[in-house]
Design a protein around this ligand. Structure first.
Ligand code: 5GP
Length: 201
């Protein structure tokens, strides 16, 4: 039986989380991986951007040279990919990451941008899609600046991207406001639990 056959009775167990950087996504992702009531396995994306200090190859991303990324694209090894923030850097979800999660009977957990999410929705219409919002645009900008990891030009690009991504919020099955961390994590845990219950019904 192939991996996709084994998925067919209960649907494709894919969770997609999107939201502007600065919406507190990384913290939420780490909390969910640790606390989720359903088994989640983080899909490690491939990217052509350079690692930041502290980032670990194979844990945070697979850091690839542009040519390597394009070769994998040509081999159809990605389920989706996008150039994020018009940065010139490519990001993509490897098919093998999703299958790795399914092999271990987990939900594949994808933290990807809106463009990638729309592609995943086409391929897996039953994916659980969650958009994480900050309470207000002002709060979002404050959080982005507080990180102190980006220069002004990058911050401006991310603000513009965030504004345009908001147009696609309606395409997501769930919208969660990251006002209070514990509350937002609990809300997503509830969503995952009820999705799992529905799949098993
Ligand atoms: P960062 O460079 O800050 O790690 O990530 C930038 C953005 O890339 C984030 O908004 C994240 O959602 C998005 N991203 C990360 N991995 C992927 C991926 O595999 N596919 C797509 N489409 N977007 C991704």
């Amino acid at each position: 039986m192939s991996v996709s056959d084994s998925q067919s009775s209960s649907g494709h167990r894919v969770v997609v989380l999107s939201g502007p950087s600065g919406s507190g996504k990384t913290t939420i992702v780490n909390r969910l991986i640790a606390e989720s009531p359903v088994k989640l396995q983080k899909s490690v994306s491939a990217t052509t951007r350079k690692p930041r200090p502290q980032e670990v190859e194979g844990e945070d991303y697979y850091f690839l040279a542009d040519a390597d990324f394009r070769e994998k694209l040509a081999q159809d090894l990605f389920i989706e990919h996008a150039e994020v923030f018009s940065s010139g850097f490519l990001y993509g979800t490897l098919r093998s990451e999703v299958e790795r999660a399914w092999q271990s009977k987990a939900w594949a957990f994808l933290e990807i941008d809106v463009e990638g999410a729309l592609n995943v929705m086409q391929q897996y219409p039953d994916a659980v899609t969650i958009f994480l919002k900050t309470p207000s645009p002002e709060e979002f900008e404050k959080r982005l600046r507080a990180r102190g990891t980006e220069n002004e030009a990058t911050i401006q690009k991310r603000l513009a991207t965030a504004a345009s991504e908001l147009e696609f919020v309606d395409r997501y099955r769930h919208v969660v406001v990251n006002d209070v961390l514990d509350r937002a994590v609990a809300e997503i845990c509830d969503i995952l639990k009820s999705e799992e219950t529905n799949r098993n019904a």
